[in-house]
Design a protein around this ligand. Structure first.
Ligand code: SF4
Length: 104
């Protein structure tokens, strides 16, 4: 089985079932994210705040086999808002008539 990645709002979790030792550290540590009776059994959306994501990082750090890994997003969730605001303001500027534009 290849390593699979499960996407969350703050961090993603990747898992390799061939490496897992079934020690259940993950299930004991954060049962809202790691639920063997659910499909998929890993749900990083349950760690939707920076605080719960940090707990998730700590629980994954206790995985004895290395089957679990945290995949941090390239930028913090809070900066995605400012990125979209920047995009919205630049798109507003693009639609604004500009009489000083020599091309118009
Ligand atoms: S803590 Fe790691 S080794 Fe243990 S069950 Fe979870 S993934 Fe498998």
């Amino acid at each position: 089985m290849a390593r699979k990645t499960y996407t969350g709002p703050v961090v993603d979790v990747s898992f390799d079932g061939e490496v897992c030792q079934h020690a259940a550290e993950c299930v004991r540590g954060m049962p809202t994210v790691f639920d063997p009776s659910a499909r998929p059994w890993i749900d990083p959306t349950q760690a939707g705040s920076e605080g719960t994501a940090q707990t998730l990082r700590e629980v994954i750090g206790r995985c004895p086999s290395g089957a679990l890994r945290v995949v941090d997003h390239p930028w913090p969730a809070r900066s995605s808002r400012s990125r979209s605001q920047a995009s919205a303001s630049s798109s507003t500027a693009w639609h604004r008539p500009n009489s000083s534009d020599p091309a118009s």
